[in-house]
Design a protein. Structure first.
Length: 349
């Protein structure tokens, strides 16, 4: 899906950051992943994670586990979801076998329960006592559940799901981030309608980028749009939609902005956003025109992520030395990026 022009853009933007190609071997990536999984496994007791960030509960949240022995919060579920993403990306369980097994069990068990609960924060027919839109949609996407996908689709109100002011100020970008997952859930249940929603999402994100000036917010818009586009089946990827831009044009524009953002100090100094953006830029489809350039382009960034790994195997979510909060979450996200790169790079070397 990436053209020669975009490949040249990647190459030209990064050539000034290194004097010679960085050789990132499969063994380097595999060892780093295993060390990260071992660290996360040590911080997981089978019930919850020993991580201040993941221990936080939002006011009023009460998520019941359908299985005994799990303490579920929105943030803990985020961690389980990333574990499931890692498994689906081909990351082997390695030293985190129990974590992977328990993640699979609890996310599977949640599906029939959440089908009945619905979504509480829709602007159209919200379900009191339901689940937040993004969390509900993520489970629908990861478990490929068409019933949950139809619940998300039924909640669509015109051009979106959430009230325009659901997030405000510097958090405003989160509305489209949440709705990107909703669009992906619609794609699971109704591919034709899902393609339309992804077209609309791309237009909304590109429009939002015209007025959003905060680099981290811009990066998150790009990340979520690229992740959503990666769900498209090949036959739909070439579709133009009822209005421009085409998916190809949207992808080219979003990747161009993603590469530009990687050069900013704000993103370079934000370990979690950096890892997520690199992961979103890893191609996951047949892009033969750009394969060699993409491997060479991403290698120095992957090398940099590996070098940031701490002695115990985890990564920090913070640029502040000694800040332990969010290390599990950050580590799982970096592992996902490394896993995607390993699959992409090993197939093309």
């Amino acid at each position: 899906m990436i053209g020669v022009g975009a490949a040249a853009l990647f190459s030209s933007l990064f050539c000034s950051t290194r004097s010679r190609p960085i050789a990132v071997t499969d063994a380097m990536v595999r060892i780093s992943i295993d060390k990260g999984l071992a660290c996360v496994s040590r911080l997981y007791d089978g019930n919850a994670f020993r991580d201040e960030y993941l221990e936080y509960e939002y006011p009023g949240e009460a998520i019941e586990s359908p299985l005994a022995g799990y303490r579920l919060t929105y943030r803990t579920l985020d961690a389980y979801f990333i574990v499931l993403m890692n498994r689906q990306a081909g990351v082997p369980d390695g030293p985190a076998g129990r974590l992977f097994e328990r993640t699979d069990a609890v996310t599977k068990a949640l599906v029939p329960v959440w089908r009945r609960k619905g979504i509480y924060n829709l602007r159209r027919r919200p379900s009191p006592g339901g689940i937040a839109l993004d969390t509900y949609a993520i489970l629908a996407v990861l478990r490929r559940d068409t019933v949950m996908g139809r619940v998300v689709e039924a909640g669509l109100d015109g051009d979106g799901w959430l009230a325009a002011d659901f997030y405000v100020g510097q958090e405003a970008f989160r509305r489209l981030a949440d709705e990107s997952w909703a669009a992906r859930a619609v794609l699971v249940a109704d591919p034709e309608a899902g393609v339309d929603r992804l077209h609309a999402l791309c237009r909304q994100v590109i429009e939002a980028l015209r007025s959003e000036h905060i680099p981290v917010a811009r990066a998150n818009l790009v990340i979520h749009a690229l992740e959503a586009l990666a769900d498209l089946p090949p036959s739909a990827a070439a579709a133009t939609g009822s209005q421009p831009p085409s998916f190809e044009e949207s992808l080219r524009s979003l990747r161009r902005e993603g590469v530009r953002l990687l050069q900013t100090s704000e993103i370079r100094n934000d370990p979690l956003t950096l890892a997520n953006l690199v992961g979103a830029l890893v191609p996951r489809r047949d892009e033969e025109e750009a394969t060699r350039t993409m491997v060479e382009t991403l290698s120095p960034l992957i090398d940099g992520l590996i070098r940031r790994q701490e002695g115990d195997g985890c990564w920090s979510a913070s640029s502040r030395p000694g800040d332990p909060s969010g290390r599990v979450f950050a580590t799982l996200r970096v592992i996902l990026t490394l896993g995607r790169y390993r699959t992409f790079g090993s197939e093309r070397r």
